[in-house]
Design a protein around this ligand. Structure first.
Ligand SMILES: [Zn+2]
Ligand SMILES: [Zn+2]
Length: 358
């Protein structure tokens, strides 16, 4: 089957190959025919080495498809079921899951170090234990979450990562209060989802901050009340909050420098919400006086910061009610053979999300 392969960390192009094999099928596993997959910024970060990932590997962790085979002991899924891929599936019984924090469950993360594919006798990993830039994947049954018939695969794929991450940061982690002021640094697919989450929560002002003009225009369509380039952020803060700072500032880049900006733009007692996935060697530090005296809350938010299965259901309900626009996030579409175009669209910032159709 066809798949997009990265041979070594640091390469910026993928090789589309025809002779990939999905391996590991057996008890507790399911085989999926991937129909659509989104390109998430984390895929680029894994390719460049910012996020740890063994190689060679197949990127992609935001996917949706159909079950084609079910291993022994899997009772909740059957052949033909439409499912989205959950790259960090909650096991349901560990201490994190019992607390309702299934997004912190590490039970399935052992998959990350287990090869998911084979080609010409060589073992090949799948990003985050999945690897959805492939026509076929084998994953633990818990990674395959059934979706309703009215939810298209391209939208379901986005719910598998970017949309859940962004909406959840605003709704679960920050619990944005109605009438509050919000700023969002970084307005790709995840940042736009934060904006939509803040709008759902009833924020009064939502300021989008991004260096790319097309993203600022998109942010306004999705609910931002104002969109500025980074060098105009300080002026916007002074004008909108009378110099005090925003109630919530979301960092959706994953860098210490933008986290520092977020911290400075947050009012005393407000919340800095860190949504971006950063590097092991990028350290954020803060002086102890400010940490105490300004009482700004630093709230990291991974994968939506809550029970992911509940978050999926809530997202689907909001989408059906027309309260969030998910189709509009897909600004570009390519076939797997054009995957390198998708990478360029993401790197230059012209795409909110590129959907790869398989
Ligand atoms: Zn668990
Ligand atoms: Zn992702």
């Amino acid at each position: 089957m066809r798949a997009a392969l990265q041979s070594e960390i640091g390469q910026d192009k993928l090789e589309v190959v025809e002779d990939m094999e999905a391996v590991g099928f057996g008890p507790g596993k399911v085989r999926l025919r991937i129909k659509a997959t989104g390109l998430c910024h984390s895929d680029l970060s894994a390719m460049s080495g910012v996020l740890p990932q063994p190689a060679p590997f197949i990127p992609g962790h935001e996917g949706s498809g159909e079950i084609t085979d079910v291993g022994d002991g899997v009772t909740q899924l059957k052949i033909g079921d439409r499912v989205l891929v959950c790259w960090l599936p909650p096991c349901g019984h560990c201490p994190s899951c019992k607390r309702g924090q299934g997004h912190l469950c590490l039970e399935a993360f052992g998959n990350v170090a287990t090869p998911n594919f084979r080609r010409a006798g060589h073992e090949i990993f799948g990003f985050a234990g999945t690897g959805t830039f492939a026509e076929e994947v084998v994953v633990p049954a818990g990674c395959a979450i059934p979706i309703p018939d009215d939810l298209p695969h391209d939208i379901a794929a986005l719910i598998g990562c970017g949309v859940t991450t962004g909406l959840g940061a605003a709704i679960n982690t920050a619990k944005v209060e109605a009438g509050s002021s919000v700023a969002v640094i970084g307005c790709g697919g995840v940042g736009i989802s934060v904006i939509q989450g803040a709008k759902v929560q009833g924020a009064a002002q939502i300021v989008a901050v991004d260096p790319v003009a097309s993203r600022r225009e998109a942010a306004l369509r999705f609910g931002a009340t104002e969109a500025v380039a980074p060098d105009a952020f300080g002026d916007a803060k002074n004008r909108i909050t009378a110099g005090e700072g925003f109630d919530y500032v979301f960092e959706v880049v994953g860098k210490s420098a933008t986290t520092q900006t977020a911290y400075e733009m947050t009012r005393r007692g407000g919340s800095v919400v860190v949504v971006g996935a950063g590097a092991l060697d990028d350290t954020y530090s803060i002086n102890m006086f400010s940490l105490f005296f300004d009482e700004k809350k630093i709230l990291p938010s991974m994968y939506g910061g809550g029970d992911v299965l509940r978050s999926y259901d809530r997202t689907i309900a909001l989408w059906r009610a027309g309260r969030v626009d998910l189709a509009g996030l897909i600004t570009h579409r390519v076939r797997l053979g054009e995957i390198n175009d998708a990478l360029d669209q993401m790197r230059t910032g012209v795409a909110l999300r590129t959907c790869i159709e398989l």
